[in-house]
Structure formats: C-alpha cells, structure tokens
Design a protein around this ligand. Structure first.
Ligand SMILES: [Zn+2]
Length: 121
C-alpha cells in the first residue's frame, strides 16, 4: 500500500495515511452537513500528522463523543477524533484535504446520520 498525504489549505496541518481510502462518507447529520466534509475512516495507528501534534482548535457536539479538529490558521476541518465512550480505534479524516485525484478514486457513500445512522445508497 502506498501512503497518501493531504493538508489543510495553509499547510499547517499535514495528514499522512498508510493507504488511500476506498470509500468516503457524506453524512447528513447536523454537523457534517454544515461542514460539507467527506469522511474517510481509519484506525489512528494508520494516520500520522505533521507536526505530530496538529495545530488545531476543536469543537464538540452536545453529545461530546467526538472532537472535530480544524486548522487554527485557515479553518479547514481536518479530522475528528474519538473521545471517551467512543471506539478509540476509529477516527475520521476529512478526505477533502487529500489530493483531488485520490478523492476521485474513492466511492462516495451516503450516511443518514441525521436519523437512522444507516447508509442510504
Ligand atoms: Zn491551515
């Protein structure tokens, strides 16, 4: 597998994945629809950041099970990380930070996160 790299707009947050995503998820929940992101899910041990502690601010929904990270400089949403009570082996990378060619090769799936938490494609 070949690593793929992405970054926020300004380059302050760089993301290295051990392989390109095969699928990415568009979700219609209250936060994802506003962010307009496409999530690629990875175990954290398959993801590296440069710098290793990314310079981000975070936002938590009322449920406080995820922390959404955004670049402190340019504001791009880069990823979410699980908090207590959530599977620690799964995180979401905003695939829109990846090279468009990498993203174009991935299948887009549609998740009804607003209601059923099921894929609707
Ligand atoms: Zn940035």
């Amino acid at each position: 597998m070949a690593e793929v790299m992405g970054s926020c707009h300004c380059g302050a947050v760089r993301i290295i994945l051990d392989a390109a995503p095969e699928t990415v998820t568009e979700c219609n929940c209250s936060i994802c629809r506003r962010y307009g992101v496409l999530w690629a899910y990875y175990a954290p041990n398959r993801v590296r950041f440069e710098p290793s502690e990314p310079v981000t601010d975070t936002y938590q929904q009322a449920s406080r099970t995820l922390a959404f990270h955004r670049c402190r400089t340019c504001g791009c949403v880069t990823h979410w990380a699980p908090l207590a009570g959530r599977d620690p082996n799964r995180m979401g990378i905003n695939a829109r930070m990846l090279d468009p060619i990498v993203l174009a090769a991935a299948q887009v799936r549609h998740l009804d996160g607003a209601v059923t938490e099921r894929y609707i494609d």
